[in-house]
Design a protein around this ligand. Structure first.
Ligand code: 3HC
Length: 314
């Protein structure tokens, strides 16, 4: 009975996808890292046909296994004690995702392309220039950048009216927010389609102008940087700062746990970029973070950051 109800809920969800989201059915996600794999997963879970692009077969395999792990957690939550329903959910969702290394071929039937590659403007420019030439006119482009300007990324394309930002949060399968970014050229139709798609894949959308960090990172990154400076000054230990923010402010993770979770390299990359642009001391990278990054201790993904992690459990 529970299984029938749960399956019904999924079908209802798929039905609402079709009615709400009729413009965007075929989605191409470029980059299968933490964010790209999560975006591909939530789109497929909601009924989209997804093409995921990575640079080689090895990376595609890693992405596939990360999606399977996360889907299994979602499946267990949805279908609890029904292994058959979990299996069916896994199979159906995975069948909607196709991996490829052929970038040009991957966008040829796409309604929406979401780029989630490395935070490097040159790399993003090359990528968007390439796909702008081959993607159909109707295809909307979006970047999941967390720190670069959407306008600067879109500048190399001939479809700025069909370009926007879609900024997801890690873990994508769990975090409910999606920031939808408009540049001045983004058309109303594009903006509305991006908002409708965000809703159809189960996210709550907020809109923000194309300003550094949008809403969440503009507030979160300086907070993380200040926590690290607190540690630099020897005012409190990482463990105590984490405990303080979890129990005193109700955060699910303390700042050091969160930096380890999202990657210290990501934090440094964002802070450095903003510091170079603004010289604002708020964005200065702390000595503690610099030292860990120099030692290759980037957080959970390398097995050590501010804390140590059991690699077998990753
Ligand atoms: N896939 C699917 N499900 C997952 C998952 C994943 N990757 N990670 C966690 N879950 C599910 C678990 O299965 C569990 O489900 P249940 O409630 O049915 O058991 C539930 O989420 C809670 O997970 P856990 O019990 O493992 O652990 P927690 O309760 O500590 O939650 C967390 C983990 C959701 C990551 C929580 O600690 C959290 O919300 N942390 C803050 C994350 C955050 O702030 N993210 C934003 C970072 S900033 C960003 O991404 C922007 C970028 O630009 C840098």
């Amino acid at each position: 009975m529970a299984a029938a109800n749960a399956t019904g809920a999924i079908f209802k969800r798929h039905f609402s996808v079709t009615s709400l989201n009729n413009i965007i059915q075929n989605v191409t996600v470029i980059g299968g890292g933490l964010m790209g794999s999560g975006i591909a997963q939530v789109a497929a879970q909601s009924g989209n046909t997804v093409t995921l692009v990575e640079v080689d077969a090895d990376r595609l395999k890693k992405t596939e296994s990360s999606i399977t792990n996360s889907l299994t957690r979602v499946g267990k939550k949805l279908y609890k004690d029904d292994p058959g329903a979990i299996k069916q959910f896994l199979e159906e969702t995975r069948n909607r995702i196709r991996g490829t290394t052929d970038l040009k071929e991957a966008v040829k039937d796409s309604d929406l392309v979401v780029e989630a590659v490395v935070e490097n403007l040159k790399v993003k420019h090359e990528l968007f220039k390439t796909i702008d030439e081959v993607a159909p006119q109707k295809t909307l482009f979006a970047s999941n950048t967390s720190s670069l300007s959407i306008g600067e990324i879109a500048a190399v394309t001939n479809r700025k009216d069909r370009f926007g930002g879609l900024h997801f949060f890690n873990p994508v399968a769990v975090m409910k927010l999606l920031e939808v970014i408009r540049i001045p050229e983004t058309s109303d139709e594009t903006y509305e389609a991006l908002m409708a798609w965000g809703k159809a894949i189960g996210k709550v959308c907020v809109t923000c102008k194309d300003t550094p960090g949008f809403v969440v990172n503009r507030l979160l990154i300086p907070y993380l940087a200040e926590a690290a400076r607190l540690l630099d000054r020897g005012d409190a230990s990482a463990r105590d700062i984490d405990t303080a923010m979890k129990l005193g402010a109700g955060h699910p993770m303390g700042p050091f746990e969160l930096m380890d979770y999202t990657g210290l390299d990501t934090a440094v990359f964002i802070l450095d970029g903003w510091y170079q642009k603004t010289q604002d001391p708020l964005f200065k990278v702390s000595e503690a973070v610099k030292k860990l990054v120099a030692e290759g201790k980037l957080g959970v993904k390398t097995g050590e950051g501010f804390y140590r992690y059991n690699k077998n459990k990753l």
